[in-house]
Design a protein around this ligand. Structure first.
Ligand code: ZN
Ligand code: ZN
Ligand code: FE
Ligand code: FE
Length: 275
């Protein structure tokens, strides 16, 4: 069995397809579970090219629930959300999350200060900061995100590598701190295959971080971060091969914020999945 817990919809303003299209995409990819996890509105800014508006959340929840009720019996549809961690907004984010019956919450760091560092339009800012300082700030913020207790899953844990900006030395002590915090807080690590299609050309997170998660007993999820229905389950064969190679034999999914483990397929069984 395989579950893709990270799919966006047109509501975010930078993805194609509605929920039903993603369910069809998941069926086409041979998945048994698809989780829709569109971007939660920021509580400190409004940008229709980044997230739906707060007033759209009830409609989003309804659309996912309707798709779940109407889906064929061989696929399960889960209601997720991808929420940004911005220090100082935790209370407002918690209130927003509590208003809806999410199955799970992905926690992400896409913003440092006022810098949307993973946005292609803001790449020139990398020239103003030393990679080591950037990575330290990013991983420190990630660790804070993990420790808020707001999130079930840490999405794309090393998103800082997206544009292939690397620290001068692998930040292994910071990775260790993040993995420890995840274990203590009961947060799962997401293996996000979308990095393969970004300038870095590599799954998030990199092996040395994933190994530390594994060593600390952190559970894991799979996500394509699809922004198009054709990308559901994309490169899951590579994702499964990576997690198996560091020792994972199970992944988790969530229903009503409760994790449930499932067996990962054998390497030979994944070849037909994804596209
Ligand atoms: Zn997005
Ligand atoms: Zn993200
Ligand atoms: Fe995403
Ligand atoms: Fe995202």
């Amino acid at each position: 069995m395989l579950a893709d817990l990270h799919c966006h919809t047109r509501r975010c303003g930078h993805a194609d397809g509605d929920v039903a299209d993603y369910v069809a995409g998941a069926l086409g990819a041979g998945l048994e579970v698809v989780g829709i996890a569109d971007h939660l509105p920021f509580v400190d800014r409004v940008d229709p090219t980044l997230t739906m508006g707060a007033e759209e959340l009830p409609g989003y929840v309804r659309e996912v629930h309707e798709a779940a009720a109407g889906a064929p019996g061989d696929i399960e549809v889960l209601l997720g959300i991808e929420a940004d961690f911005v220090p100082g907004t935790e209370g407002d984010v918690a209130r927003l999350l509590d208003q809806q019956p999410f199955d799970y919450v992905l926690g992400s760091v896409h913003v440092l200060g006022d810098w949307l560092f993973d946005h292609p339009d803001h790449r020139d800012r990398y020239r103003e900061v030393h990679p080591d300082e950037f990575w330290e700030e990013y991983l420190t913020t990630v660790r804070m995100a993990v420790e808020t207790g707001l999130f079930d899953v840490l999405a794309h844990a090393d998103l800082a590598k997206k544009f292939d900006v690397r620290p001068t030395r692998a930040p292994l002590d910071l990775y260790e701190g993040v993995a420890e915090a995840m274990a203590r807080s009961g947060v799962a690590v997401e293996v996000n295959t979308s990095g393969l299609y970004k300038p870095v050309g590599e799954i998030y997170p990199e092996r040395s971080l994933l190994e530390r998660c594994r060593a600390h007993g952190v559970s894991m999820t799979l996500g394509s971060d699809a922004h198009s229905p054709a990308h559901v389950g994309r490169a899951f064969a590579e994702g499964v091969a990576l997690v198996r190679s560091v020792g994972y034999r199970e992944a988790v999914l969530f229903r009503e914020r409760v994790p449930e483990a499932y067996q990962l397929p054998e390497p030979g069984e994944v070849g037909t999945v994804g596209g």
